[in-house]
Write a protein that binds this ligand. Structure first.
Ligand code: SF4
Ligand code: SF4
Length: 110
């Protein structure tokens, strides 16, 4: 089991979550953060830190579906599983959370 980063993360710049992860398993691209399912130890430390409730346990996906997101939980589960983690450094502090030049709030919500 792993925790998953869902849709509300797509417009967050704060990264409160990454600083509490004991195994440094958050990664990012220009749009959002991802949790590496192979590294997450299911400790629940990050979930209460997220100000927009973007993080959910994989097996609680159905309750996440009830929120007002455009995509269902499975969409974000797939994104977290399919992100290419190979060779990338984890994000471990707020200062490292950044959006790239292509980041677009409206596009992120599509
Ligand atoms: S706290 Fe972390 S998971 Fe939550 S929205 Fe911000 S960067 Fe994303
Ligand atoms: S549940 Fe624990 S190990 Fe998994 S991403 Fe959150 S803080 Fe890290």
């Amino acid at each position: 089991m792993t925790y998953i980063v869902g849709e509300p993360c797509w417009d967050c710049k704060y990264g409160d979550c990454v600083e509490v992860c004991p195994v440094d398993c958050f990664y990012q691209d220009e749009n959002t953060l991802y949790i590496n399912p192979d590294e997450c130890i299911d400790c629940d430390a990050c979930k209460p830190e997220c100000p927009v409730d973007a993080i959910f346990p994989e097996d609680e996906g159905p309750s996440y579906d009830e929120t007002n997101c455009k995509h269902d939980a499975q969409h974000y589960i797939d994104l977290n599983y399919n992100f290419d983690y190979e060779g990338k450094d984890p994000v471990t502090s707020k200062d490292e959370v950044e959006h790239g030049p292509d980041w677009d709030e409206e596009k992120a919500k599509e």
